[in-house]
Design a protein around this ligand. Structure first.
Ligand code: NAP
Ligand code: ZN
Length: 374
């Protein structure tokens, strides 16, 4: 057996964990840039908790609360300007995956004055300011991953920044997720599930990442009745946050695979929420596997006997109605097929026709997958 395992992020999980671990904040400097979305952090108590700890620790701060869903490089440059002018020592990301990813990118942009949206994708690995993360959705695992997924409007795509930006510490308290709307809860939970599945059925899977997957999918499976019945208790919230964190630890080792590579186009061009875009592709992707051994093991971890069992759950949770043309499907499929980095994570040879087939089977609700398209 041989494996490498890197999770340099300190993890602090539990109720009121920010207050309990407040001394961690003062390790990283005297002035922080807080990066967050426009509304939710002010409503769910996370921003208030952070501000109270910073005041207690006499840490100065400036707030940048303009992060949109699927953050753009333009917004990240704005965050860089504010952080640079304010001479901050470290960055605190609060929110869903969008603010957390933006916080990581801003921390890197501030540290490198010559880096901009024009040259970032050609840059070697760069250094970055320390980043602390506080997730308020339970799905992306971004609080522990080194990835920052950004929207590149000039190329009309979403893509990884191409840098490894490991948060120094993550504070996970499920009380911030208690009032998440049902739709966001389901979309983000399904995102975590796809991370676990894509990380298990992955050429980079290791002994360690498989351990995290097993626990993560067990936790997810335990939450299925609550998600289906819309009876989401605080215990369910806790389990979903934990599953999402484990899934992030998996992704850090393995990276994602086909559904994520295919889902970005659906988010950019069709406006589907990130988790929904991956979830809608999940079942058709699983059906392409010729070797079923690992897939069956994964289903058994969830007490399921066949793909059909998972399909029944996904069908009840994921609803997508979009208009999509044959030309669009072919364009998105060609783009993914050229992305050799993503394809190499998939453990089997996959053809362009199979990728087109996954899109069609997932998005074209008709008796024959080729009908109903332009
Ligand atoms: P998000 O885009 O961060 O947020 C979605 C919506 O949920 C926003 O309207 C946000 O409001 C709201 N929200 C956040 N927390 C809430 C709460 N506690 N209660 C009520 N509403 C809340 O969603 P996400 O699914 O967490 O993140 C998706 C992004 O993460 C995508 O860009 C995706 O590509 C990326 N991602 C990154 C990784 C990684 O490893 N880095 C992995 C997977 C996905 P506000 O805007 O007001 O905050
Ligand atoms: Zn994801």
């Amino acid at each position: 057996m041989e494996f490498s395992h890197v999770i340099p992020t300190e993890l602090y999980f539990g109720t009121n964990i920010i207050q309990k671990k407040k001394s961690v904040f003062s390790q990283w400097g005297r002035k922080a840039l807080i990066v967050t979305g426009k509304h939710s952090a002010k409503k769910n108590g996370s921003l208030e908790d952070v501000l109270s700890v910073l005041k207690e620790q006499q840490i100065d701060y400036v707030i940048f609360d303009q992060i949109e869903e699927n953050p753009s490089l333009e917004t990240i440059e704005l965050g860089k300007k504010i952080g640079t002018e304010s001479k901050v020592d470290f960055v605190i990301g609060i929110g869903g995956g969008s603010p957390l990813d933006a916080a990581k990118a801003i921390a890197l942009f501030i540290k490198n004055p010559d880096i901009s949206k024009e040259n970032i994708f050609k840059a070697p690995q760069l250094t970055y300011l320390p980043v602390l993360t506080i997730p308020t959705t339970a799905g992306t695992g971004s609080e522990v991953t080194p990835y920052s997924i950004v929207t590149v409007n000039t190329q009309q795509i979403k893509r990884n920044l191409g840098q490894k930006i490991y948060p120094k510490a993550a504070f996970l308290d499920s009380k911030y997720t208690l009032d998440m709307p049902y739709e966001v809860t389901v979309n983000t939970a399904v995102d975590a599930l796809t991370h676990l599945v894509e990380g298990y059925l992955n050429t980079n899977a290791t002994f360690m990442s498989d351990i995290y997957v097993q626990k993560g999918v067990e936790l997810f499976a335990g939450c299925i009745p609550a998600l289906l019945n819309r009876q989401i208790t605080s215990d369910t919230r806790n389990d979903l946050l934990c599953a999402s964190m484990l899934a992030g630890m998996v992704l850090t080792q393995t990276g994602t695979s086909l559904p994520h590579g295919m889902g970005y186009a659906l988010t950019y061009h069709k406006g589907l929420a990130h988790g929904l875009a991956n979830g809608v592709l999940l079942i058709a992707y699983l059906k392409t596997f010729k070797e079923q051994k690992n897939l069956m093991k994964l289903l058994h971890f969830m007490n399921m006997d066949s793909i059909k069992d998972l399909e029944n759950v996904i069908k009840q949770l994921v609803h997508v109605e979009i208009e999509i043309t044959q030309d669009e499907i072919i364009k998105y499929s060609n783009d993914l097929y050229k992305n050799k980095g993503k394809l190499k994570n998939h453990p089997e040879e996959v053809s362009l026709e199979e990728i087109i087939g996954i899109y069609k089977e997932s998005l074209c609700y008709c008796s024959h997958p080729n009908e109903g398209l332009d």
